[in-house]
Design a protein around this ligand. Structure first.
Ligand code: SF4
Ligand code: SF4
Length: 407
């Protein structure tokens, strides 16, 4: 989510919220889509610093105006484009706007930037006094949507400076804040200024740690030999907000692949103003390990082990595939074995894709069942998409469309 100053276009706050639901949880207990939106939304709203002095700088004074200061809220809710209303609106010649994963699944930065463009278009269409969308914004959006490029193998840096950053960014992705934030302009991008990989020029580093704090991929650390050449201090980013890391405790440091390197003493933990919610954990390392330390591990490694209960083989017959109409994998499998190759036929015979979700959930699972049965998906006719609908009680019609009351 981003909050902008409606007059200056300046982003005054932005935040990101993820919600991860385990497959087993979904299977045991139905989770409504709007509940997931509500949960992620509440998490984001709690993070908004409402006090003006919590912002980096106070918003500029502007004359009072009916134009709201906040002109766009962008909520990213996942990779399933529920864009039926948008297409219906377009089909009926209505003004409709779309951004984020609904428009195209790409990097989050493309989603937020696309939302910015759409917000300006909305403001313009509402008759507000806002500038046209600058032409270079469209070009930038195309760059941000670009697919990741080549990946290279990471190698430890060879620097003889007393303090320097260690960049572990090995893939060409549309990202460059480490480069733009460096006050010494000592991190540059190979080739394209946004799509290229960053590299440290090796000329100068003040040890300000801004590149560590800003990197969304936690791909930057810093090695500092200035106080003691035998005991360099390594700064790593840390973003687990529910875990405390105390100075003078020992923590397990890991390399860029998450493999343990050893236990190291925490020298200091701080959260500079420029770091948003990222804390900077400083470890006392050794010259041999300093370049290798990429992060710290604070949880039991068993937590990150793959869940063994996910069945590796075919879906069990009694698993419900269509949750709206309660159609099991066994019923669909029987239809496939009897020769059905058209999911629309299944809609008529079994009622899959015919429930309240309008066929948003089950087609992918049905296709998996076809694959499990050895059927080439090229032979399968996909389900015709149904438009989203909202159930309306008869009482609403009886009252001539007025809200309220019982039907
Ligand atoms: S620590 Fe500061 S000066 Fe050094 S590379 Fe990073 S941003 Fe630039
Ligand atoms: S900010 Fe991080 S992820 Fe982005 S280019 Fe720099 S090192 Fe890579």
């Amino acid at each position: 989510m981003q909050i902008w100053d409606g007059r200056t276009g300046r982003i005054v706050w932005e935040g990101l919220s993820d919600l991860t639901l385990g497959q087993e949880t979904i299977r045991e207990e139905r989770i409504r889509f709007d509940d997931t939106i509500r949960a992620t939304w509440e998490a984001l709203v709690e993070e908004i610093p409402f006090a003006p002095d919590a912002l980096d700088e106070p918003p500029p004074e502007v004359p009072r105006s009916p134009v709201p200061r906040v002109v766009a809220l962008l909520v990213a809710v996942g990779l399933s484009p529920l864009d039926d209303f948008h297409h219906q609106a377009k089909a009926f010649g209505m003004k409709a706007y779309m951004a984020g994963d609904a428009a195209e699944i790409a990097e989050a930065s493309a989603a937020t930037f696309g939302g910015r463009i759409e917000a300006l278009r909305i403001a313009k269409d509402l008759g507000l006094d806002v500038p046209e969308v600058p032409e270079d914004w469209h070009r930038k959006l195309q760059v941000l949507k670009a697919h990741p490029g080549e990946t290279v193998e990471w190698r430890p840096p060879e620097s003889d400076l007393p303090v320097y950053p260690v960049l572990r960014c090995t893939q060409e992705i549309p990202c460059n804040p480490c480069s733009t934030v460096c006050p010494k302009h000592t991190i540059l991008m190979e080739g394209d200024p946004i799509l290229g990989r960053p590299y440290f020029t090796g000329t100068e580093c003040t040890g300000c740690a801004k590149c560590i704090a800003i990197c969304p991929g936690l791909a930057v650390t810093m090695v500092d030999f200035r106080k003691d050449p035998e005991r360099p201090v390594v700064t790593v980013p840390f973003e687990q907000t529910d875990v405390e890391v105390e100075p003078d405790t020992m923590v397990m440091a890991t390399d860029h692949e998450g493999q343990p390197i050893g236990m190291f003493r925490v020298v200091r933990v701080n959260r500079p103003k420029f770091a948003d919610r990222t804390r900077l954990v400083r470890l006392e390392a050794t010259p041999a390990t300093a370049n290798l330390i990429a992060g710290i591990r604070t949880q039991d490694p068993a937590v990150a082990e793959p869940i063994e209960t996910i069945p590796p083989g075919p879906i069990d017959d009694d698993v419900i595939i269509c949750r709206c109409e309660h159609i099991t994998a066994g019923e669909i499998r029987t239809a496939i074995r009897e020769g059905t190759r058209d999911i629309n036929e299944m809609k008529a015979s079994l009622r899959v894709c015919m429930g309240a979700c309008c066929g948003k959930n089950c087609p992918e699972h049905i296709e998996r069942l076809f694959r499990d049965e050895g059927v080439d998906l090229g032979e399968v006719t996909r389900a015709t998409t149904r438009p989203l609908f909202v159930e309306v009680p008869f009482g609403v019609f009886a009252r001539g469309g007025e809200e309220g009351g019982e039907g």
